[in-house]
Design a protein around this ligand. Structure first.
Ligand SMILES: [Zn+2]
Length: 102
C-alpha cells in the first residue's frame, strides 16, 4: 500500500518560538490566526503570515549578502526557499536602517 505523506507544517509562535499553538479561526482578510498556548508568551495570538523563515536573522543576513552580490529578489527567494514578498521587506528594512544612520 502506498501512503501519500502530507506535508506537515510546524507552526511556531514568532514571538516566543513555542510550537504549542492552536488554530483560532481566520481574520478579516482570510489569514489563519493562531493562538500561542505558552503561558509566558506576551503575544497570545498571531497571524500565519508572521511565520516566516525570514524572521531568522541568518536568513535575513543571507538575503542581504546575496543582494550585495547582485542576486535579484526573485532568485534570492528561490534559492533560500522564501517568497519574494518576504525578501522585499527585508531589503526595505535594511534601507531604512541605512537611512536612519545618515
Ligand atoms: Zn508565543
Amino acid at each position: 500500500m502506498l501512503f501519500r505523506v502530507s506535508k506537515t507544517i510546524i507552526v511556531k509562535c514568532p514571538f516566543c518560538g513555542s510550537d504549542k499553538v492552536s488554530k483560532n479561526g481566520h481574520n478579516k482578510t482570510g489569514k489563519q490566526v493562531y493562538n500561542c498556548n505558552n503561558k509566558e508568551c506576551k503575544h497570545r495570538n498571531f497571524i500565519e503570515n508572521y511565520v516566516y523563515k525570514a524572521c531568522k536573522p541568518e536568513v535575513r543576513e543571507q538575503v542581504l549578502k546575496m543582494t550585495v552580490n547582485g542576486t535579484g529578489t526573485r532568485a534570492t527567494g528561490r534559492i533560500l526557499g522564501i517568497s519574494k514578498d518576504t525578501v522585499t521587506p527585508i531589503l526595505k528594512n535594511k534601507k531604512m536602517d541605512l537611512a536612519s544612520k545618515l
